[in-house]
Design a binder for this molecule. Structure first.
Ligand SMILES: Nc1ncnc2c1ncn2[C@@H]1O[C@H](COP(=O)(O)OP(=O)(O)OP(=O)(O)O)[C@@H](O)[C@H]1O
Length: 296
């Protein structure tokens, strides 16, 4: 449904996307992962046609996005990182308006708007002006807009940011249903690796504009993840050590710790099993931003 081939996008000195290729099939959920500035949003914006690449091609449902933008875009539902709703229209009016924009009849747009209001748990907010919604409510309404035209390709840029645990679970269920029941191809950018591990069939990890890994969650963990031992010190600093066998290697790691005068006191020891997070860390040398956010 989506094919990205050798995409390059430069902004002056910065190469935001540096030869990115991957595919998303109908009914498949692919996680697009990377630290801040890795090139995720630029990739998504190029797929939608908002950004013109320096080179490379994007096809959606077999239509080249640059040669046939109308046909390609007709398949796409896009929820960008910044929520875009008309503040002076209510949630229901926003949905109906965007539905009509994509060519739905008044009757169909109204029916689909009501369906999505129910699905996204926005019944109470449906009559409120979009401008007064809370951050989490606005994000749900924003994703509802992307779903209005029953897209065959759904692009979600950090769709779960700012959602509480219950709403987040609800949103993830909806994404899974869009893929499993409606057969949509879903490209899902996120910093929350735990949720990616749960819902995504495959993950594409990008770093400095390049694809470092592309495979199923299990393949990515199997190929790149190692378990780790993490020490946290009294001054708030942390040290991570990749290890194959934490129990066997812990004594040696502890013995090597600096215990001299002025060295920070060891506060806790954490064993991190091999996971998508430790794979991400091994590949990029960095922690996913979502983890830091959740800890803070
Ligand atoms: N319009 C622009 N002009 C100049 N530089 C840009 C522009 N858009 C993006 N960049 C740069 O390109 C790089 C990739 O940015 P991008 O927004 O694609 O990253 P991201 O992976 O989506 O990051 P985040 O997780 O913070 O949203 C960054 O270094 C960014 O500063």
């Amino acid at each position: 449904m989506l094919e990205v081939i050798d995409l390059v996008k430069r902004y002056g000195e910065v190469t935001a996307v540096d030869g990115v290729s991957f595919q998303v099939a109908a009914g498949e959920i692919v996680g697009l992962l990377g630290v801040n500035g890795a090139g995720k949003s630029t990739t998504l914006e190029t797929i939608v046609g908002l950004v013109t690449p320096d080179s490379g091609t994007v096809t959606v449902g077999g239509h080249d996005v640059r040669a046939h933008p109308e046909q390609a875009r007709a398949h796409i539902g896009f929820a960008a990182q910044d929520t875009a709703l008309y503040p002076r229209l209510t949630v229901r009016e926003n949905l109906r308006f965007f539905g009509r924009l994509t060519g739905a009849s008044r009757h169909d747009a109204d029916a689909r708007a009501d369906e999505l209001i129910g699905l996204l748990g926005l019944t109470e907010q449906a009559g409120r002006l979009a401008g007064v919604l809370s951050g989490g409510e606005a994000r749900r309404a924003h994703v509802a807009v992307a779903l209005m035209a029953r897209p065959r390709l759904l692009l979600l840029d950090e769709a779960t940011v700012g959602l509480d645990v219950r709403t987040r679970t609800h949103m993830l269920e909806l994404v899974v249903r869009a893929a499993r029941e409606s057969g949509a191809a879903v490209l899902f950018s996120s910093h929350y690796l735990a949720e990616v591990e749960i819902i995504c069939d495959r993950v594409v990890i990008i770093h400095r504009g390049r694809v470092l890994a592309d495979g199923t969650v299990a393949e990515t963990i199997g190929r790149h993840a190692k378990s780790a031992v993490e020490f946290t010190f009294g001054d708030g600093t942390r040290q991570r050590h990749e290890v194959s066998d934490p129990a066997a290697e812990l004594p040696a790691l502890l013995a090597r710790l600096d215990t001299g005068a002025g060295a920070p006191e060891l506060k806790s020891v954490n064993v991190l099993p091999a996971s998508l997070e430790t794979a991400f860390w091994a590949l990029t040398g960095e922690e996913p931003a979502g983890l830091v956010e959740e800890v803070a």
